[in-house]
Design a protein. Structure first.
Ligand code: F0G
Length: 456
């Protein structure tokens, strides 16, 4: 058998500036050791996020040119509506400008003060929109997710016993159940159909809605095909349809598996909820047939959804992420396994065991990767975990991770080789670094975006 490779070739390129270590040391100091403060031209390989950073296809660019900019009833909206119906089987569609906007609109209908929203680990903005309404996001992810070296094919799964216990004791307070697939917070880890069926069964028994945060639904479907015996001979399209068939509603950040630079949507089965959400959509996002997007954005998204649900694309995408993971492992770098769908996560506590958590070993690693190779990554650790809202003490989550998120169709495997070598070099020099960073300024919430640091 021949090896698999990308089912596309490159038509347009964007030059990158290969800076020197001396330049990067100066730039990161000027940025007060916060990689969000860097100019993108100062970054060689940008693994900050896979959100809105993918490369569109020639067909998507053609769709841009034929987008219909009518305020109401746009042809591009109807195209997208048909695509959503065809690929995921939902009748009602509300476009939004991105994923968190979909959360804002739908939760305005569904979430009330004091309620609970259980599920696998909620993404930050999802949790934010739940907590903003004085409700609680209850994390019911399986325990295996929190051990970076423990093998499990579906680390994004919901712990059914924990969810059942919660439903038994407090179902009256539960607003709905939410599954995020793949589960970004747990490391881009997938959720199995077997698990979704069990959650659906519980939701039905207690008369609750089941909602999916579908940002990376196609990557999740790929893992189902390749890891869940029952589905190995099914097509991605069939798996996607079956996966969505268990849900009552969808929030989507199209910046991931829509392969567009901006966009999102809500999809629903209930006309009643659609009508209630429509009012909020008009208030927050725009009229029902554009919701904060240009007609051309809707057209590109419709095409992007067709492309992201092709097996050959998904195979090359997920293989590239795994390629980076394997290369990093070959340098001895401690990474989360199995590898996620959109990112490789480094275990910073194993990379820098000598640096106390109060000195932010995750962020220390982010800075070292930037200095070593101009690689921009993201800390998912104690800076991001913020302070306890009551005691104002730093919170130290179970894991201190650094995420290297791979944009879709944007980099080649040579870039992955380069990045892995840079990480390997930083790993070799890791024992020479004894101290981390201290905060010199921070915002009261979401501090990691704007904080300033200095080396200790
Ligand atoms: N849900 C998940 C699972 C996400 O990963 C994100 C965004 C959102 C919702 C919110 O969508 O950004 O379009 O408003 N994740 C990005 C990331 C930001 O880097 O992981 P959005």
């Amino acid at each position: 058998m021949l090896p698999s490779c990308e089912p596309y070739k490159i038509k347009m390129i964007e030059p990158l500036y290969p800076s020197s270590r001396e330049e990067r040391e100066l730039w990161i100091k000027e940025a007060r050791y916060n990689i969000f403060n860097l100019k993108s031209d100062q970054v060689f390989i940008d693994f900050l996020t896979d959100s809105g950073t993918g490369a569109m296809s020639d067909r998507q660019w053609s769709a841009i040119m034929s987008g219909d900019e009518s305020y109401a009833g746009s042809r591009s909206f109807h195209q997208l509506k048909d695509t959503v119906k065809e690929l995921i089987g939902f009748e009602y569609l509300l476009p939004t400008h991105q994923g968190r906007a979909a959360e804002n609109v739908l939760f305005s209908v569904l979430v009330k003060e004091g309620q609970l929203v259980p599920g696998n680990a909620h993404f930050d903005t999802t949790k934010g929109h739940i907590e903003f309404r004085k409700a609680i996001a209850v994390d019911c992810t399986i325990d295996e997710a929190y051990d970076t070296s423990k093998p499990h094919p579906f680390k994004g799964n919901v712990n059914i016993d924990k969810l059942e216990e919660l439903m038994r004791t407090s179902s009256d307070k539960v607003s709905f159940i939410l599954i995020t697939a793949t589960c970004n917070t747990a490391g881009g880890q997938p959720v199995s159909i077997e698990n979704i069926r069990k959650v659906k069964n519980l939701a039905d028994r207690y008369g609750k809605l089941l909602i999916i945060d579908a940002a990376r639904f196609a990557e999740n479907a790929y893992f189902i095909k390749t890891r869940e015996e029952e589905f190995k001979n099914k097509s991605i399209r069939n798996i996607v349809l079956e996966m969505f068939s268990y849900f009552d509603g969808v929030t989507m950040s199209a910046k991931k598996d829509g392969i567009v630079n901006i966009g999102g949507f809500i999809a629903l089965r209930s006309k009643k909820i659609y009508q209630e959400a429509s009012t909020f959509n008009i208030m927050f996002e725009g009229f029902l047939t554009y919701g904060g997007q240009a007609g051309r954005d809707l057209a590109a998204l419709s095409q992007g959804l067709h492309e992201s649900t092709e097996f050959d694309y998904l195979e090359s995408r997920i293989s590239q992420v795994a390629f980076l993971g394997e290369r990093m492992k070959s340098y001895g770098v401690p990474v989360q396994e199995p590898f996620g769908g959109h990112a490789i996560f480094i275990d910073a506590l194993k990379f820098f065991p000598q640096i106390p958590r109060e000195e932010f070993p995750g962020q220390t690693l982010v800075v070292e990767l930037y200095k070593a190779g101009g690689i921009r990554s993201a800390e998912i650790g104690s800076l991001m975990a913020d302070r306890d809202p009551v005691t104002r003490e730093n919170r130290f989550p179970a894991l201190e991770l650094v995420r290297l998120a791979i944009p879709r169709r944007a980099y080649t495997n040579n870039h992955m080789d380069y990045a892995a070598a840079a990480v390997g070099q930083a790993f070799e020099a890791a024992q020479n670094i004894r101290r981390g960073y201290r905060l010199i300024s921070e915002a009261p919430i979401m501090r990691h975006f704007t904080m300033e640091l200095e080396p200790i």
